[in-house]
Design a protein around this ligand. Structure first.
Ligand SMILES: Cc1cc2nc3c(=O)[nH]c(=O)nc-3n(C[C@H](O)[C@H](O)[C@H](O)COP(=O)(O)OP(=O)(O)OC[C@H]3O[C@@H](n4cnc5c(N)ncnc54)[C@H](O)[C@@H]3O)c2cc1C
Length: 419
């Protein structure tokens, strides 16, 4: 570890939220000493992501369009198709280049590099074991290989991901762990008979109970194919994926001669926003703060944006524009006013749909198709689609064709809201 006399801001985790927090704080004040600690040997590896991202949101993080297109993007998606358990489907067409598939490792490495260029230091292979608040400083106990060392800092930002173990250890609630969906994804080569610019989501309790399966094309012959399931099925995640690949009526035709070239695992974050995301001289960002879309599990853009906010307020605290508590409180106020209403709607939608039986999924997809959901959703912000979906569902034409609230439907809603 490079000698660091004094750390103004320490950041746990070099995912998108941590790197963007570091970059923003350094850009605001290049005299600050900022250290980002990442437990893995390499930023962005192992990867836990499908890399399907709204381009607009990514540009809002300050990533240059040219860099995205030349170094990070692997495909452009022009439509999304939603497939019911009985095979019926509807699709939503998207404006050109609004939805892109990224190489997630390249994105994380690019963001980490740009925060280093701005002045932050990144320490890989540094696992933060413990944190404590002591005499107006945060103390971090860090393991690097066989060595353990103590670091002190004025402001601590935790961007440690959805398990949020360290934030929890100092008394904050963490994202509801019952709504982190175990996921496995293969990157496959040699696929046939699919549209390379159409991403697809597959619903149904035989495919992916609690969540959905996905097919995200990378080019004419490769795609990321994965599933996430509710945590009660966590022991069978791989089995469900194998079944999806080789028995699903649509997917099995595509995978006949295909081979997996990579396999990833992880937990899709669908818990919804965490209530309190700050303490004295401490801010929680990204998946650790529940800043992801519970409907789809996407969290790069919103978490990244909130990371930038945390970096901004951390630098303002050090420059004495705010007292530490005021600055951290202001961070929470800002991110919640930007995102909490949408994230909460998505959380309740996730709870409402996760335990629906297949016949209800079939009805939902049929209703969505006949009431032209595509017209209502086509221009909705991909990252902030909660209120758009709700507005669509509350239209008279949808309500009149809507779901019958049978005891079976009520029971599945109930189950979702009780967990
Ligand atoms: C299968 C899957 C598919 C997904 N697909 C998409 C998608 O298509 N689009 C999308 O937008 N989102 C997607 N997501 C979600 C997305 O990956 C997360 O929302 C995003 O990574 C959150 O960024 P973050 O920086 O908050 O956390 P992370 O990216 O999880 O980064 C946290 C970092 O902290 C490090 N860390 C943790 N604890 C410590 C410690 N104690 N000491 C040091 N370092 C530590 C970790 O190693 C990690 O690098 C997907 C998730 C999964 C699991």
């Amino acid at each position: 570890m490079r000698e660091q006399k004094k750390i103004d801001i320490a950041i746990i985790g070099a995912g998108p939220s941590g790197s963007l927090a570091g970059r923003q704080a350094s850009v605001n004040n290049s005299d600050l000493s900022i250290a980002i600690f990442e437990e893995h040997k390499q930023v962005g590896s192992p990867t836990h992501c499908s890399g399907l991202i709204a381009l607009e949101g990514l540009l809002n993080l300050g990533v240059n369009r040219n860099i995205i297109q030349k170094k990070i993007m692997v495909n452009e998606i022009k439509r999304a198709r939603f497939v019911a358990p009985n095979g019926n489907s509807f699709q939503i067409d998207r404006k050109n280049d609004s939805l892109v598939v990224l190489n997630r490792k390249s994105l994380d490495q690019y963001l980490a590099m740009s925060s280093e260029r701005a002045g932050a230091s990144i320490y890989t292979n540094h696992h933060v074991k413990e944190i404590n608040f002591d005499r107006n400083k945060w103390k971090l106990l860090i393991r690097q290989g066989k060595n353990t060392k103590k670091i002190f800092c004025d402001i601590l930002i935790s961007a440690e991901g959805s398990k949020a173990r360290l934030a929890h250890s100092v008394g904050l609630y963490r994202p509801n762990q019952n709504w982190l969906f175990p996921a496995i994804q293969y990157e496959m080569k040699g696929l046939v008979d699919f549209e390379p610019d159409c991403s697809e989501l597959f619903f149904g309790n035989n495919v992916a109970p609690g969540f959905f399966g996905w097919f995200i094309p990378l080019n004419e012959e490769s795609a990321r194919i994965g599933i996430a399931v509710s945590p009660v099925h966590s022991g069978k995640t791989r089995l469900y994926l194998e079944k999806f690949l080789h028995k699903h009526s649509v997917i099995k035709m595509r995978t006949k001669k295909a081979k997996p070239v990579n396999s990833y695992g992880g937990f899709v974050p669908a818990s919804g926003p965490v209530k309190k995301t700050f303490l004295e001289q401490f801010m929680l960002v990204g998946d650790a703060a529940g800043q992801s879309k519970a409907t789809t599990g996407g969290g790069v853009n919103i978490g990244g944006y909130c990371g930038r906010l945390a970096g901004k307020y951390a630098s303002k605290i050090i420059s004495k524009d705010f007292t530490p508590l005021q600055g951290c409180r202001e961070y929470q106020k800002q991110w919640k006013s930007c995102f909490e209403p949408e994230l909460s709607i998505m959380k309740y939608l996730r709870r409402a749909i996760s335990y629906l039986p297949d016949n209800v999924w079939n009805d939902l997809i049929r209703i969505a198709k006949t009431t032209q959901i595509d017209n209502s959703m086509k221009s909705t912000d991909i990252d902030l689609h909660g209120s758009g979906l709700l507005r669509y569902a509350l239209q008279p034409k949808v309500i009149t064709k809507g779901l019958k609230l049978t005891p079976q439907v009520c029971l599945s809603f109930f189950r979702g809201f009780l967990i």
